[in-house]
Design a protein around this ligand. Structure first.
Ligand SMILES: [Zn+2]
Length: 95
């Protein structure tokens, strides 16, 4: 069995109707952009939440694609993050 480590895909119901809500360990890149780690994702269909450990994301307050600087930092961060792990947060409610 192959692990599907795509944090945008709901690990419980398989929906793609998801979004990221919170990231941790913000590292400021410039006035508009911040590198965040280990984001919490939510599924809008089954309402479950999961943490994508090892996931890195550029949070930006600016419109448009991330800057070259941010993309480089993101790439390096992803390389050093290791393997992505998905952890469902409200597992107790599952049954
Ligand atoms: Zn779901």
């Amino acid at each position: 069995m192959m692990a599907t480590a795509n944090p945008n895909n709901c690990p419980r119901c398989g929906s793609w109707n998801t979004g990221s809500s919170i990231g941790f360990n913000p590292q400021r890149i410039n006035n508009d952009e911040t590198l965040v780690s280990d984001c919490i994702f939510v599924c809008f269909d089954c309402k479950c939440e999961w943490k994508a450990i090892g996931f890195r994301l550029i949070a930006s307050s600016a419109v448009g694609p991330p800057s070259e600087e941010a993309q480089e930092i993101l790439l390096e961060a992803i390389k050093s993050a290791g393997q992505l792990r998905i952890e469902i947060l409200d597992d107790d409610l599952a049954s």
